[in-house]
Design a binder for this molecule. Sequence first.
Ligand code: ADP
Length: 476
Amino acid sequence: MKILFVTSEIFPLIKTGGLADVSGALPAALQALEQDVRLLIPGYTQVLDKLESKRTVASFAVFPGQPEIRLLSAKMPHTGVPVYVLDAPQYFCRVEGPYQYELGGDWPDNAMRFGMLSKVAALLGSAASPIAWQADIVHCNDWQTGLAPAYLQLTPGKHAKTVMTVHNIAFQGNFDSDWLVPLDLPQSCFDMHGVEFHGYLSFLKAGLHYADRIVTVSPTYAHEIQTTEMGYGMQGLLTVRNGDVSGILNGIDEEEWNPATDKYLAAQYDNNDLAPKAECKLALQQSLGLEANAQAPLFGVVSRLAYQKGLDLLLECLPKLLDGGAQLALLGSGEHELERRYQQLAQRYPGRVSVTVRFDEGLSHRIMAGADIFLMPSRFEPCGLNQLYGMRYGTPPVVRRTGGLADSVIDAKAANGTGFVFDEADSNALYKAVLRAIDSFRNDKKFQRIQLNGMQRDVGWRSSAQRYLDLYRTII
Ligand code: ADP
């Protein structure tokens, strides 16, 4: 099967969150299932810099009257998955983030940037493909690719089938309707049964309306997005399309996230010998200026600092936990107010709290290995990857029972428990769950059972990639 996987970020080329990890790993898993899977990504500076042996395979104008862009072909590092790069420096070669500039504002031409990405994806799935390859399936990811199913449906003739994966329904790509003309969309599709969403041109809505199938990244989230509380306005459409919506839990890249081979760690370990994990903890404490104390429960957090992640709830109960001797190593960036409050906490608790506000791949691995307990009190979580990494690294997660967290973490009350689960999105419920985690931590035998349960779980991509493949087959 010829599959085009189109995405706006991909590990290890460019990453702001879990989408990049999924884009790096799922296509490789599909390739291992002997499919002809190829990637399409924007030619950001980082992407052009990191990809070797690029060659131009086509030059063409994406929209009428625009200058020509180049389509480059290369191979992904490590996995060798073929990748097409949309090389349009004017749109993608910018020093700051892929979606936003440094101060947190969206790039004002995001509609054009990701409209182009969607249009090129659609071309590669149609008879008008600019190269000698036409996809059978165009697999879209999040709003940045949401117009591709619309372009394909609006194209006469035989074309690819489409799957739209929703990694987070809160991000929708809603733009002024003035963009219809530059994006070469007919006025007729600006309708409730089309790309229109409350008066805006919505990329995500377009994807949800026109795609042949909708997938989200966990079964529980597939139900949640059909409710008023968690559908972010898309619940009506999703309920109507209920039969086309399914949930497939993300896996993890088991080579990249493997404590037995992880090059970022001070010591490697596996489920046969957890002892070197203590070295990772000590090294982490020393490098972050925390008191070197094996007995102090060390919490790890690696996260976007956003309302979604519930880290304001954590702030409310942390002082009690820190006063009791616990430590916190937090890595994250995002909302400035949360950054500020966590930095204040670090000042108040020197030696107990370390807050690093930046993106740091190596430190994220070191926290995963060096912490005793990983905290993820999300208000909603489509899938979440960090709890999976935590389990793989013998660092049981404390999570709220929502979305992919509910689907992947088994509470320690069960014999096969892998973490600590709480229900209400409030700081007291979180506090109680963390206390349970600390209790277990103080009981070596019990804690080790929870660690090993997590480390032995199958969290790889194989079975989920097979599910995607089965889904492609049903729609072709
Ligand atoms: P989301 O995609 O909602 O941000 P996920 O848990 O699905 O959340 O994935 C987040 C990914 O981004 C993980 O791989 C996590 O380790 C990584 N990450 C988040 N913030 C940082 C950071 N500041 N530095 C390094 N990695 C980070």
